[in-house]
Design a protein around this ligand. Structure first.
Ligand code: ADQ
Length: 472
């Protein structure tokens, strides 16, 4: 691996459409420790999204291994070259739990919980971003493309450009980029914008996020230009809306797997043959789990739905459990489930099944097959892959998707039943509509939804991003 020192690579950018390697820089590595010296692929939005692309292109991944000791030496896992970055316990506390998940995450999600700002978190955020930038600068060869991901690493594009001006650098934000009313709260807003402006391409899930960014860059970072192209000094930065997607084929195929079909049949029997309302989320306050339970409770209380006809299944993966807002959300969710079942369950007829665990892809697909109605109702979400995964498994065109207007996915999946999750009446009415949708209407909707996801899958997303980057 050639060692790069700052200034070594000041040659002009390689020609467009070069086929260098793809270097992904993300907070987490796509692998978890599975025992002494052993690694396994980890679940989660970003990993599911990038796995197929990296399999097709020579891939390098720079990221944190999740521990707080010394970083393991670089290694190869299933053809992917892995370069771990070390974080100390203090970094985890201040960069990851603090600045990333208690400042930026709530701020960028409509301040659903109040963001906290602390100078020491910001200092550690800068140091840690610098470490990721240095790691990427060391790994990258001339002609490689560097693709930096997400809110944890917003300073990396500029830092990396300073170390390696020869590289093409792209950045993708997986979560929403907020409007001025919120973004302006950030004490370090100019530094964050300048960090992002170090990239050649900055892309977002939606047009409105892209527009918010361009406007903020002009307002607070001295950039000029339009919504799609901002200039800072001699450099131009492309600003794009490139909504992420899923591997449609993977879920479509899983749904036809006899083992998955058998598992689905068994789950349905165990649920007593009732209509199934399903939700699958990380246990996060942005996902609107409490609002959803409240809506369901309201339908039960008013006798508009009964436990003999319908059951709600909430599958929630534990997430960020050391952050107080998450512990509180978990407590509230568990309290609600207990209250609803306490009031409405009958012998052998639970109103809400709540599973706090991660499922295998097969089990997840089996649950999607069982769901007559899929409830994807975040209060704010960059995209939401679960909505797309559900659609991809509905080969027989049955089932209905109830989708929040506040998920990026709502911009594409327009034939879903769109709801405002804070409007209990409207939300409840949409759920009742979903349960009684005439089958021809349901089939037509699902056919269009499937076409949306099939035509615009994760390969298409990555291709579009890389084309922008190679052509920049
Ligand atoms: P997330 O907030 O993690 O991602 P999401 O898009 O829903 O949200 O992705 C979650 C992924 O985890 C899905 O692939 C889902 O199948 C999987 N998953 C969820 N619950 C599971 C469970 N119990 N067991 C196993 N797997 C489970 C962030 C942004 C999103 C954006 C993605 C990708 O917040 O808005 O869509 O990145 O850009």
């Amino acid at each position: 691996m050639p060692k790069a020192k700052p200034g070594d690579h000041a040659a002009p950018s390689p020609p467009a459409r070069s086929r260098g390697r793809l270097i992904v820089v993300a907070n987490r590595l796509p692998v978890n420790r599975a025992g002494a010296g052993d690694w396994s692929r980890s679940p989660g939005g970003l990993v599911s999204a990038l796995e197929p692309i990296l399999a097709r292109r020579r891939g390098v991944w720079v990221g944190w291994d999740g521990g707080t000791g010394r970083a393991p030496r670089p290694f190869v896992h299933q053809n992917l070259s892995i370069h771990p970055v070390a974080l100390s316990a203090r970094d985890v506390e201040q960069f990851y739990n603090g600045m990333s998940n208690r400042s930026l995450w709530p701020l960028y999600h409509d301040a659903i919980r109040t963001p906290e700002f602390h100078r020491r978190w910001w200092e550690t955020y800068q140091d840690t971003n610098q470490r990721f930038a240095r790691a990427a600068a060391r790994v990258a060869r001339r002609g490689d493309l560097v693709w930096v991901h997400d809110y944890h690493l917003q300073l990396v594009p500029r830092m990396l450009r300073e170390l390696r001006p020869d590289l093409r650098i792209g950045f993708f934000l997986h979560i929403p980029f907020p409007p001025e009313e919120l973004f302006a709260w950030l004490p370090w807003r100019t530094a964050v914008l300048k960090g992002l402006l170090g990239a050649d391409v900055v892309a977002f899930q939606t047009q409105s996020s892209a527009q918010n960014f361009s406007r903020m860059a002009r307002r607070y970072a001295g950039a000029e230009g339009t919504d799609a192209r901002v200039e800072t000094g001699p450099r131009a930065v492309r600003v794009r809306a490139l909504p992420i997607s899923i591997d449609f084929q993977e879920f479509d195929t899983l749904a036809a797997d006899p083992k998955v079909v058998r598992a689905a049949k068994e789950i349905r029997q165990r649920l007593g043959g009732r209509r199934v309302l399903l939700s699958v989320d990380r246990l996060d306050y942005t996902k609107g789990i409490e609002h959803r339970l409240y809506m369901f409770e309201d339908l039960l209380d008013r006798g508009l739905i009964g436990v003999d006809d319908a059951v709600m299944v909430q599958i929630a993966v534990p997430s960020r459990e050391v952050v107080p807002d998450y512990t509180q959300t978990r407590t509230q969710v568990e309290h609600s489930v207990g209250r609803i079942n306490g009031a409405h369950a009958e012998p052998g007829r639970v109103a809400v099944h709540y599973f706090r665990r991660s499922l295998s892809r097969q089990d997840l697909a089996a649950y999607y097959l069982v769901a007559d109605v899929m409830l994807v109702t975040p209060l704010r979400d960059g995209m939401n892959l679960v909505a797309k995964e559900y659609v991809a498994t509905r080969r027989d065109l049955s089932g209905a998707l109830v989708l929040s207007e506040f998920a990026g996915a709502a911009r594409e999946l327009r034939r879903a039943l769109l709801v405002n999750p804070r409007d209990v009446d409207g939300f409840g009415a949409a759920v009742r509509q979903a349960l009684s949708l005439p089958s021809e209407d349901a089939r037509q909707r699902m056919a269009i939804l499937r076409m949306n996801v099939r035509r615009h899958d994760v390969h298409d997303w990555a291709r579009a991003f890389l084309e922008e980057l190679e052509g920049s």
